[in-house]
Design a protein around this ligand. Sequence first.
Ligand code: FMN
Length: 168
Amino acid sequence: MKQLIVYFSRIGENSVDGKIEMIKKGFTEVLAEKIHAITGAPMFKIEPVDPYPNDYQECVKRSRKEDESGEKVPYLHPFDNLDEYDVIYLGFPCWWRTYPRVVASFIRDYKFIGKTIYPFCTNEEGQLGLAENELRSDARGALIKPGFACKGIEVDKVDDRLKAWLEK
Ligand SMILES: Cc1cc2nc3c(=O)[nH]c(=O)nc-3n(C[C@H](O)[C@H](O)[C@H](O)COP(=O)(O)O)c2cc1C
């Protein structure tokens, strides 16, 4: 069974516990690295061609625009050997209660028939929100397993819960 970690995470200003802070390493990236340390699965980062702005308000504006337009968000480095993998850990920050549109754009480009997806996410509320349901329609053919979610600022406190989730 071959496993892969696919994730998106953003660097820049973010709202952390209601305060705007400069983030040098995205919370979801930290979580992806923890999953990598436990599983040994290779990591692949989804990167938009036009990076999301560092400025929090600008990023909010852009992400809202993307939500409204429903247009594909172009990303760098298409993944050419997804077929080799059976299990995909899919990581993202929760944006507007689901995954960012660049992640949706990536998922919609691939076929997931016979693959299992384990979503993982960081956010302000610690929930997966609408993401699991949305994945069921975006990742056609995949088996979507219950995901893992935690608050961004708590990412260094969830090791036991993360291990338990991965062992299941
Ligand atoms: C555009 C935008 C929208 C967001 N929407 C939500 C949301 O709906 N619910 C939530 O709990 N957090 C929301 N957040 C907070 C992020 O999910 C949270 O800061 C996350 O841990 C960031 O992960 P990252 O550092 O890997 O990018 C939003 C952040 C941004 C920038």
